[in-house]
Design a protein around this ligand. Structure first.
Ligand SMILES: Cc1cc2nc3c(=O)[nH]c(=O)nc-3n(C[C@H](O)[C@H](O)[C@H](O)COP(=O)(O)OP(=O)(O)OC[C@H]3O[C@@H](n4cnc5c(N)ncnc54)[C@H](O)[C@@H]3O)c2cc1C
Length: 378
């Protein structure tokens, strides 16, 4: 008996697209994955993966390799800018008791594990390829796709997993633009000081917030959340010089981090953004997932977690062989409220960091509530 969806195009091979591909391949669906980049980066910054992300990664069979490439931890410390401990919070096991509550990883390790598994899954991976046209052919119950190399192909379903500036979103006429939340982030990676064994967040300093997370026995990543300003405001200095200067005023393990910074330290600077879509994340037989559908500033460190959950849920629903319309409705029922809660609460936390004196501001309560919701199965 033929299935209503047996051949899928996934556009974008980041976290959302890779997890969706793995989940679909486990259910015997033919997947073509088109990725714009020619090759995966071998350098980059860290990421926090909380228990719910690890659960989704477990469902697609990669969690052990992800854990091997990272640094698991089970508590987060909040500190003053001077380095004094304010509180030590045990992280809830959001992926269940058999998985760590959280871990730090380097993004390129995460991507390497995912792309190795995608290659081994039998998906047809086409690097250096974009989508330039999407046409819903209702007479054939299919989507006709034109690629950037001029080739055309037909699919039962197209999954736009191409990030916050999604081309697929534009091609299907869903209007949504990333919005700055009024802050920027400096990120760097460097050697892990021996005493760094969990994520630490520093408040009350010269910037909005600073923090770090161990990502392996040897490495860690650190960040400073700052005003959203053009880099030219800082004059003709290198990014490591600017970040090192912005880190002055944070102490404790920040003293070790700053001492290890040099001209070769990899530093990234970007505006923090959010994206929401009014209405469904699909048109016809085309569905958006991950940051293409909902993106948040990293106040809850949940963007990639939502992307992994989207991919795992899509694979699960496709295994049940629903008609496409039903499939897309069920996907929205499972995903919308949870992913939008993460966006709304992350944006609210950012607002309160910008204006801590706001009446009623209670970031600890909002974080606790968000984690309690996310500890429920997705
Ligand atoms: C500063 C910062 C810190 C963060 N920290 C965390 C954290 O600690 N924990 C967490 O869970 N989340 C975090 N996030 C969020 C997380 O990075 C994103 O939510 C996640 O990467 C989204 O994955 P994605 O696959 O949807 O999109 P992306 O990771 O953006 O992947 C999209 C992919 O599509 C490809 N692509 C783009 N356009 C096309 C095209 N036209 N055709 C083909 N391919 C295309 C891209 O090359 C890319 O490979 C953070 C985000 C930021 C900005």
């Amino acid at each position: 008996m033929s299935r209503s969806v047996s051949r899928v195009l996934v556009v974008g091979g980041g976290t959302a697209g890779s997890v969706a591909t793995l989940a679909m391949r486990r259910n015997g669906i033919d997947v073509v994955l088109a990725e714009r980049q020619c090759a995966w980066p071998t350098l980059g910054h860290g990421i926090t993966l909380q228990g719910n992300a690890l659960k989704a990664l477990e469902q697609v069979g990669v969690v052990e390799d992800i854990l091997k490439a990272g640094y698991p931890w089970d508590h987060v410390q909040f500190r003053t800018a001077g380095g004094d401990l304010i509180s030590d919070m045990a992280m809830p096991p959001m992926g269940g008791d058999d998985l760590p509550p959280g871990m730090g990883s380097m993004r390129f390790h995460l991507q390497r594990v995912l792309s190795t598994a995608v290659d081994a899954s039998g998906a047809d991976v086409r690097m250096d390829l974009c989508v330039s046209g999407i046409e819903d052919d209702s007479s054939a119950d299919a989507v006709l796709v034109t690629f950037s190399d001029g080739s055309k192909d037909q699919f039962d379903l197209v999954v736009g997993a191409d990030g916050i500036r999604s081309t697929v979103r534009r091609l299907i006429g869903i209007e949504a633009e990333p919005q700055s939340v009024g802050m920027s982030i400096f990120r760097m990676e460097g050697p892990r000081p021996d005493l760094m064994t969990c994520s630490q967040i520093f408040y009350g300093g010269p910037r909005y917030k600073a923090g770090f997370t161990p990502t392996s026995p040897d490495r860690m990543y650190a960040y400073i959340i700052d005003d959203d300003r053009p880099l030219s405001d800082y004059g003709p200095r290198s990014l490591p010089e600017v970040m090192s200067e912005r880190a002055e005023g944070y102490h404790g393990l920040w003293d070790d981090i700053r001492a290890a910074m040099g001209p070769d330290t990899l530093v990234d600077y970007r505006t923090l953004e959010a994206l929401r879509i009014d209405g469904p994340w699909h048109r016809g037989r085309v569905l958006l997932i991950g940051d293409a559908a909902h993106a948040c500033p990293p106040m809850l460190a949940q963007g990639a977690a939502m992307a992994t959950e989207d991919g795992a849920v899509l694979g699960e629903l496709l295994s049940q062989d629903h008609a496409v319309e039903t499939l897309l409705d069920l996907f929205m029922q499972r995903r919308r409220a949870r992913a939008e809660m993460v966006v709304e609460n992350s944006v609210q936390l950012a607002r309160w960091e910008l204006a801590p004196e706001t009446p009623g501001a209670d970031p600890a309560a909002l974080m606790g509530h968000s984690m309690a919701v996310l500890a429920q199965p997705f």
